[in-house]
Design a protein around this ligand. Structure first.
Ligand code: COA
Length: 253
């Protein structure tokens, strides 16, 4: 199954995550395909900026695929986090060209973590953002505990993670989670406008600036998060959280 649609409109490339029936949830195939497309775009000289968007008008990405990891062991949980971070989230953050997330609806869990890995974020008025992993008996495992704090600061990040609160676009703009807000119809246009503001700059300067911006990001936090994320797969609270999601009910902890 092909989950990524790539549209190259030099100097911009658009990657669309196309798994609308599951609100574009990130299963292993989506992650691998997105990673492979990024490798191609990084070497395409005509492409200067990449935009990532979700298919449809309901979700950017509604998280990691809960059904896929529902029965994972501790080792598989840690591996899921490690592989995902290596293959995609860290790759995006350290990409040589700017990547913009166009958040066109739900950006929850791994979806928000994906957007946080991107260098900039634009969001439509219907966007809803949050890290609800603690409501599932987990924690963010694709860098969310590190990148959200770094992006919006400890006060709001801690509240968002500990409460699983889902926020709207106005609040996201207020706390600096997104760069630009847009109507749903104009989202891609808004993302392209931001992309165009970068494309006349020196590609080598953009690459170097990204490298320097990321320089002080302590990678040990990401590795610590992977291990802690994995441990939670061995708990009865994880089993309850995931069962509750699958049975479409509230968990009872
Ligand atoms: N993983 C796997 N499947 C998911 C998913 C995810 N993260 N998010 C949504 N889906 C699936 C649903 O299970 C449903 O599939 P089904 O029709 O086979 O039951 C389909 O996508 C549509 O979602 P649904 O829940 O029916 O839409 P909704 O409008 O009622 O609710 C959300 C939308 C985003 C609020 C809800 O889907 C949700 O809470 N998703 C999980 C968010 C989350 O916890 N993400 C973090 C994961 S670590």
């Amino acid at each position: 199954m092909k989950y990524i649609k790539t549209l190259v409109e030099p100097p911009i490339a658009i990657l669309k995550i196309d798994r609308e029936t599951h609100l574009n949830a990130l299963n292993i195939d989506v992650i691998q395909q997105l990673s492979a497309e990024l490798d191609i775009l990084e070497s395409l000289e005509g492409v200067r900026v990449v935009i990532i968007i979700g298919a449809g008008n309901k979700a950017f990405v509604a998280g990691a695929d809960i059904k896929e990891f529902a029965n994972y062991s501790i080792e598989q949980g840690e591996d899921l986090s490690k592989r995902g971070q290596d293959a995609l989230f860290n790759k995006i953050e350290n990409f040589k060209k700017p990547i913009i997330a166009a958040i066109n609806g739900y950006a929850l869990g791994g979806g928000l973590e994906l957007a946080l890995s991107c260098h900039m974020r634009v969001a439509s008025e219907n966007a809803k953002m949050g890290l609800p992993e603690c409501s599932l008996g987990l924690i963010p495992g694709y860098g969310g505990t590190q990148r959200l704090v770094r992006t919006i600061g400890r006060t709001h990040a801690t509240e968002m993670i500990l409460t699983s609160r889902v926020i709207n676009v106005d609040f996201a703009e207020k706390i600096g989670l997104i760069n630009v807000k847009s109507s749903q119809e104009e989202l891609l246009k808004t993302a392209k406008k931001l992309a165009t503001s970068c494309v006349n700059n020196s590609p080598k300067s953009l690459e170097t600036a990204i490298k320097c911006i990321n320089k002080n990001f302590d990678k040990s936090g990401l590795i610590f998060e992977q291990k802690e994320f994995g441990q939670l797969f061995g708990t009865s609270e994880f089993a309850e959280g995931v069962s509750a999601f699958l049975e479409k009910r509230k968990p009872n902890y």
